[in-house]
Write a protein that binds this ligand. Structure first.
Ligand code: UDP
Ligand code: MG
Length: 311
């Protein structure tokens, strides 16, 4: 189905990508002009300290469909995306990286799927050209996201995705969960699918992620998306306390009837289990209070915009 009302908003987070901007702007504009649908390109400058913003402005002089949103500081790729999403005019949103690892040529594939009726289309880098230390945490995070969202995609960490505007309309109330845009979209969309995309090795500039940052991202996802770790503590605590109390009572009865000797080891194990169970329970309860405070804090804005530059 070819919809004449389609208006594509491409959102690209940019953090120190001066070496990639020229080529990106040229290839992106070519693809979108050839595609002959209405479009805008929103670059979100995520606190770059190089020439990125100057280059973007220069290119904007040749293409007035470019909008630049400059954030006050570096907030991270995912928050930069949210900033872009808050300023779209289109009805189909396509996100992609600004380092030429994603190919603008794949954009029509995403639009076709949305026009077919899917609400969210996730990119899948079948041949991914990244270092192993980048791929391992990404694989672990992907598995966790699949488990938590219940939607099994191969590549939740792919920067290239598309979503229908109606799905993101109430995104504000999802607080920190918005930082994991594809995961939240998979949760909110009524129907979603994957498309295979090209992936290129980063030719210029450096990846903004190191191993530690990625491990942090996994922890950030778990604490943003689920309260299960606290619940697991609470349940484990209740289990340990109940079990040790049960066996404790049996042991005392057996001792009273002279069926067993004192066996200090058994007493010791029961006591340790009981006390650790109590500690787990207390942590679980504290967690429940923390969750409530956290949910209140989430309503705060995640970023600040310095300027919006448009023609
Ligand atoms: N990016 C960003 N803010 C950051 C880190 C990255 O806007 O703090 C942008 C970056 O400029 C690029 C995209 O997010 O356009 C993906 O980043 P990168 O290529 O470093 O990630 P990787 O490909 O290693 O996952
Ligand atoms: Mg990259």
């Amino acid at each position: 189905m070819n919809n004449p009302d389609t208006f594509i908003s491409v959102i690209i987070p940019i953090y120190n990508e001066e070496e990639n901007i020229d080529e990106l702007c040229v290839s992106l504009t070519k693809v979108l002009e050839d595609y002959k649908k209405e479009y805008e390109i929103i670059f979100v400058d995520d606190g770059s300290s190089d020439q990125s913003i100057g280059l973007l402005k220069k290119y904007q002089d040749t293409n007035n469909k470019i909008k630049i949103i400059k954030l006050t500081k570096n907030y991270g790729q995912h928050i930069a995306l949210i900033a872009g999403i808050e300023h779209i005019k289109g009805n189909i949103i396509v996100t992609m990286d600004g380092d030429l690892q994603n190919s603008p040529k794949d954009i029509p594939k995403f639009i076709n799927k949305i026009e077919e009726g899917y609400d969210f289309v996730s990119g899948w880098r079948v041949n991914r050209y990244d270092p192993v230390l980048r791929k391992i945490p990404s694989y672990v995070l992907n598995k966790i996201i699949c488990k938590i969202t219940g939607v099994n995609f191969h590549d939740y960490n792919c920067g290239m995705n598309a979503v229908r505007k109606s799905i993101i309309e109430n995104m504000d109330k999802y607080g920190e969960m918005r930082k994991f845009f594809p995961a939240l979209m998979a949760k909110l969309a009524n129907s979603c699918c994957e498309v295979q995309v090209e992936h290129n090795a980063r030719a210029k500039g450096k990846s903004k992620y190191d191993f530690l940052k990625l491990v942090g991202l996994v922890a950030d996802f778990i604490t943003s998306f689920t309260v299960k770790p606290f619940r697991v503590l609470g349940v484990t605590g209740s289990f340990l306390v109940s079990l040790s109390t049960f066996f404790g009572i049996i042991f005392i009865i057996a001792r009273l009837f002279g069926l067993t000797g004192p066996i200090p080891q058994v007493l010791f194990i029961l006591l340790i289990s009981f006390l650790s169970g109590i500690q787990f329970l207390i942590l679980g309860f504290m967690g429940e209070y923390l969750i409530r405070i956290y949910q209140l804090l989430q309503r705060e804005t995640l970023f600040q915009v310095e300027t919006i530059i448009e023609k």
